[in-house]
Design a binder for this molecule. Structure first.
Ligand SMILES: Cc1cc2nc3c(=O)[nH]c(=O)nc-3n(C[C@H](O)[C@H](O)[C@H](O)COP(=O)(O)OP(=O)(O)OC[C@H]3O[C@@H](n4cnc5c(N)ncnc54)[C@H](O)[C@@H]3O)c2cc1C
Length: 491
């Protein structure tokens, strides 16, 4: 018995003296990517086992808002009166993914977005055909459809025609991950997938270059699971592993709210690296500071310690979070006037303290210790242009350009470390082909090894452009492809 199994070393086939069980496709992790992989592999006729470290499947996907990024004229979009175009979606997602976009994955994802919508509904997922028209982190009611990123915000709006593409499985409020994962679990079970909970994968077993199984801790014992066709790593991201975050993604270490389940410890990534897999995009992740809802706060201005604006305030909260964490030693304030006080029954979602108030802007400026005259100059310029429906400085959408000219004024403190939420999760992982095949450090395919979801680097690639729905869209879609590839492997 090999009792030194750990994520940073693979085990040689010859040292395994007893196999606990055998299957065709072994899937490590029972979240969105893992169960999607399992369903496709089972549909392709493979025997499938899912190993899940927790006592239930679901992972971060079940905790999530459940928004799934789909477009090109889905039945939900059409029922809500929105036309969309796959090329517009592609143009948007390429921008959203940023300079390190994986164009092949984005292309395939867009080309098959309607098929993926259809697949999800065939697993029992219901999208209530209602549109939620306001900027929010999720639809607060049961409506499926909303804009979930920077589609309407500059500069994204200048490159692709905006459309609402976030689709939430039907449930009231921010809990769409629950019905999604309940449906995927039922479907996997119906197809005969065997699910083993409280089973933590420790490392892979290799025969030469080929991945042929995994060492797994169950009941405090190491057991070996043989996979005849392939192993799919789908064990989520690494935001809960402080050492990995500090090593690979130090910008994310400045956040104060790791967004994920406790098993987001990067096991699958480490297991894959130990088997020879290459990683990519490890420095990137999601950085969210939810200054809305309520949506009226998009009419505010956001300034730094110089008293100047630096961003169009109608951006997705991840773009703002990214801009702030890029320079975390700065001070940041969201400035509102008396018109917004009525929405203060609900303060900004991010939990920011009030940094100052003023009967006039000079008083507020002095309370915030900003350079003399800076805030009033910023506000005068902003208001003058807002009255004309323009924002030549930061290009905020005209629908949010209400002049801030109704004193008294107040400011919320968005400064890092002063109480506001900066939630983070990782985007980096194993370097995979769209089929889920894991590439080695010398860019060859590792036979028998597949990865999906946050164990791989997929659609979401950068904090600045991220849109809600890209992660679960990626995990479920590319999870399916990884499961299918493993089930069909013939070499
Ligand atoms: C609160 C919250 C809200 C979110 N909202 C959205 C949203 O609305 N839309 C969106 O697109 N994204 C959202 N996300 C992000 C998204 O949920 C995740 O990025 C995505 O679901 C990850 O899917 P996954 O399958 O890779 O990982 P997971 O769903 O986390 O699944 C991984 C599974 O692997 C298991 N595991 C880990 N290590 C091992 C091991 N060694 N052996 C066996 N099992 C193991 C874990 O327990 C887990 O069950 C949200 C995330 C959070 C936390």
């Amino acid at each position: 018995m090999n009792d030194i199994a750990n994520p940073d070393a693979s085990i040689d086939f010859s040292t395994v003296d007893e196999w606990h069980t055998e299957t065709d496709v072994l899937i490590i992790g029972g979240g969105g990517a893992g169960l999607s992989a399992a369903i496709e592999a089972a549909d392709a006729g493979a025997r499938v086992i899912v190993l899940e470290a927790a006592s239930e499947t679901g992972g971060s996907t079940a905790m999530a808002g459940g928004l799934i990024y789909m477009g090109g004229g889905t039945p939900t979009q059409l029922a809500c009166g929105f036309e969309d175009d796959i090329e517009e979606m592609y143009a948007y997602l390429m921008q959203a993914a940023g300079p390190d976009a994986d164009a092949d994955k984005v292309r395939l994802y867009c080309d098959r977005t309607l098929e993926h919508y259809d697949w999800l509904t065939r697993q029992g997922v219901v999208f209530k055909p209602e549109y939620y028209p306001y900027k929010h982190t999720n639809t607060p009611n049961e409506a499926a459809l909303m804009i979930t990123g920077n589609e309407e915000a500059w500069p994204y709006s200048t490159h692709a025609r905006p459309a609402p593409r976030g689709h939430k499985p039907q449930i009231k409020g921010d809990h769409g991950g629950i019905p999604l994962m309940a449906n995927l679990l039922c479907s996997a079970r119906e197809k005969g997938v065997q699910i083993v909970c409280e089973a933590r994968a420790l490392s892979l077993v290799k025969r030469g270059e080929e991945i042929v199984g995994a060492a797994v801790r169950i009941d405090m014992q190491v057991r070996y699971f043989r996979a005849q066709r392939g192993v799919v790593l789908a064990a989520g991201g690494f935001i809960m592993n402080r050492d990995m975050v500090e090593t690979y993604a130090p910008r994310l270490a400045r956040g104060n709210y790791p967004n994920g389940n406790p098993n987001d410890t990067g096991d699958g990534i480490r297991i894959g690296m130990a088997a020879g897999g290459a990683v990519t995009n490890m420095h990137e992740g999601f950085i969210c500071t939810p200054f809305y809802p309520p949506h009226q706060f998009l009419e505010s201005i956001i300034v730094d310690e110089t008293g100047k604006r630096f961003i169009n305030e109608d951006v997705y909260h991840g773009r703002l979070g990214s801009a702030i964490l890029d320079r975390p030693d700065g001070r940041y304030y969201l400035i509102i006037d008396s018109r917004h006080f009525k929405v203060l029954e609900r303060p900004p979602m991010g939990g920011y303290p009030v940094a100052g108030t003023g009967e006039n802007i000079d008083e507020l400026e002095s309370e915030l210790a900003l350079p003399r005259g800076a805030l009033s100059t910023t506000l005068d310029t902003y208001n003058r242009h807002a009255r004309a429906g323009e924002d030549p400085q930061c290009h905020k959408h005209a629908k949010y350009l209400t002049p801030l000219d109704q004193p008294p004024y107040a400011a919320f403190d968005l400064t890092v470390g002063n109480g506001g939420i900066f939630a983070t999760m990782t985007f980096g992982g194993l370097n995979t082909l769209p089929t889920g095949e894991v590439l080695s450090t010398d860019n060859t395919i590792l036979p028998g090894l597949y990865a999906a979801g946050r164990n791989s680097a997929g659609l979401p690639r950068c904090a600045e452009g991220y849109s809600s729905g890209m992660s679960i869209g990626d995990a479920t879609f590319f999870g399916r492809l990884a499961g299918l590839s493993a089930a069909m492997r013939t070499w």
